[in-house]
Ligand binder design. Structure first.
Ligand SMILES: Nc1ncnc2c1ncn2[C@@H]1O[C@H](COP(=O)(O)OP(=O)(O)OP(=O)(O)O)[C@@H](O)[C@H]1O
Ligand SMILES: [Mg+2]
Length: 286
């Protein structure tokens, strides 16, 4: 079960450009339990387009998509309840402005759960809990989402999806624009949800340090193609990830540089700054 792409391509059609194929012949399987996956790739490589397929927000132009046993093709099928799919797979948009539209933060977070037969009181409680999870206190409940900072909007849009308690969470650049502490709070929250509930979580990011530290599986998009699907360690052990328009994590870059400049033989594959520093200490016998 979970999500499976079979030869999926998607083309945007616009009057000015004609048809633009944003993702091409994608084959991909994501199980519904215990996965923690990073989705990376250069700007315009097709990450958001791929993510929008995962909860049937858009349909493949060709190929088929299976989501929790429902087969999605390029035609709307009256027998499929698309809202049920969107309850099972929660997607947090890249731009929170597309997701926030109520006049208070509380109403915004309550909106999703209220569609699924729960009382107003329960929804209010959920709103409070979800807001706390993303690191915002109760004083935000009565605020107008429109007047929040970029990072606050992002957190509120994430709280809205958490409140719906989906089985699979897809987050499109949830940490972009956040300060370093905010990034860590959210990444620890997602990891914690993944570990305690077994929910599969897919996160789009450009931050290779986060990818290396937090994720075991990574998907790399390049020019609409899925170029790599495998272990994070294996990706960064490759000779040249710049072929995929990616960069190495800072720890690897610094240790490689020091090895070269100081003629050392350190193990460059250290995930955190603390581990990298320990390796440097060992090598120079501090
Ligand atoms: N509504 C649209 N109409 C036409 N082309 C589009 C539309 N949305 C996206 N595209 C094009 O499809 C390609 C893939 O876009 P997508 O948003 O999936 O990229 P991305 O990998 O998420 O990039 P980013 O890292 O900048 O968010 C891009 O070249 C983009 O210009
Ligand atoms: Mg995007």
């Amino acid at each position: 079960m979970g999500i499976r792409f079979n030869e999926v391509s998607y083309g945007y059609s616009s009057f000015a450009q004609g048809l633009y194929t944003a993702i091409k012949d994608i084959n991909l399987e994501i199980t519904e339990k215990n996965e923690f996956i990073a989705l990376v790739g250069h700007t315009g490589s097709g990450k958001s387009t791929l993510a929008k397929h995962m909860n049937a927000l858009i349909f493949p132009t060709s190929g088929t998509l299976e989501i929790f046993g429902h087969t999605i093709t390029n035609k709307r099928n009256k027998k499929i309840k698309y809202n049920d799919i969107r309850k099972k797979v929660g997607l947090v948009f890249q731009f929170p402005e597309y997701q926030l539209f109520e006049e208070t933060v509380e109403k915004d977070i309550m909106f999703g759960p209220m569609n699924f037969q729960i009382t107003k009181e329960e929804a209010k409680k959920l709103a409070k809990q979800s807001l706390k999870l993303v690191g915002l206190d109760d004083s935000y409940l009565s605020r107008n989402p429109y007047n929040l900072s970029g990072g606050e909007k992002k957190r509120v849009s994430i709280a809205g999806i958490l409140a719906m308690d989906p089985d699979i969470l897809v987050l499109d650049e949830p940490t972009s624009g956040l300060d370093p502490a905010g990034k860590r709070i959210l990444m620890d929250l997602f990891k914690n949800i993944n570990e305690t509930t077994g929910k599969t979580i897919i996160i789009i990011t450009h931050d290779m340090d986060l990818v290396y530290q937090y994720f075991n599986r990574v998907l790399v998009m390049n020019d609409g193609h899925l170029m790599f699907d495998g272990k994070t360690e294996a990706l960064f052990q490759k000779e040249d990830v710049t072929d995929y328009h990616l960069d190495y994590p800072n720890t690897i870059k610094v240790l490689k540089y020091l090895n070269q400049e100081l003629n050392l033989n350190m193990n460059v594959f250290q995930k955190t700054t603390a581990e990298a520093l320990a390796e440097i200490k060992r090598a120079v016998k501090l």
